[in-house]
Design a protein around this ligand. Structure first.
Ligand code: PGA
Length: 245
């Protein structure tokens, strides 16, 4: 695993955006695995700037997102489809028909099965962007005794619901279930790039970047099995996580 320590979160986001832009330039019809949450917003902002400046072209890019909440429609402001449209897709020259976010309404099992197909359609992602939960989850693969390999329905932990409550009016409004890629789906990507910041992530990042333990109680640790995984953290988080200490 490659760990990059930057001087700031902004620098981390610039580095991640640069990796994505480099890939798109090298392979214009690439497939990107994308993530939602607070962390990637500045990454997407940088990609929008580059697209507007004409330095990166998304015309032939395909995307698949990691996950979606169950029970909220695509046009709900907290759906991940809405997030992707408003934070990225509406502002770049991508063909939205080539973007996939699992449906959060209807038959959840069928939606998960469709996500599983989309993960592999035309080959796995060339690059999968990831955030990390305070409990070490990646996508919505929650920490616990077992993990799933394939796309599935996940019951969200209290830690995740509390962390995501900031996006909703009240905690009770946060969906308690989500459709998510499984661990095997994430590990199938050719390249994985995880970005994290903030003291709440320190324990999860400690498990990921120090030692060689792999545990379902910190799902991110499975990334240690990936041949091309990069973790980008700022110095403050690296120090809090005991990296390089
Ligand atoms: P965040 O979420 O970027 O909003 O911190 C990350 C995650 O839960 O994977």
């Amino acid at each position: 695993m490659n760990v990059i320590v930057t001087e700031s979160y902004e620098e981390s986001c610039a580095a991640a955006a640069q990796m994505i832009a480099d890939l798109v330039r090298e392979k214009p019809a690439c497939k990107l695995g994308l993530a939602t949450g607070g962390t990637p917003v500045p990454i997407y902002r940088k990609l929008i700037e580059m697209n507007r400046a004409g330095t990166v072209d998304f015309a032939r890019v395909r995307t698949v997102n990691l996950d979606e909440y169950c029970g909220i429609p695509a046009d709900h402001p907290q759906s991940y489809r809405y997030f992707m449209d408003t934070n990225l897709f509406d502002h770049i020259n991508i063909d939205k028909a080539n973007t996939f976010v699992a449906a959060g309404m209807g038959d959840y099992q069928a939606n998960a099965a469709q996500l599983e197909r989309m993960v592999y359609e035309g080959g796995p992602a060339d690059l999968q962007l990831l955030g990390i939960g305070n409990n070490g989850h990646i996508a919505f693969n929650e920490a616990g005794d077992t993990l799933h390999a394939k796309a599935h329905i996940e019951h969200l932990t209290d830690s995740t619901i509390s962390a995501n409550a900031r996006f909703f009016e009240k905690k009770e409004d946060v969906p308690t279930m989500a459709i998510t890629m499984g661990m095997g789906d994430i590990l199938a990507a050719r390249k994985v790039v995880l970005v994290a910041t903030g003291p709440a992530k320190a324990e999860a990042i400690r498990g990921l970047v120090t030692g060689d333990t792999i545990t379902p109680h910190n799902p991110s640790t499975l990334l240690k099995l990936h041949p091309d995984a990069t973790v980008i953290i700022d110095r403050a988080l690296a120090e809090a996580a005991g990296y390089g200490a």
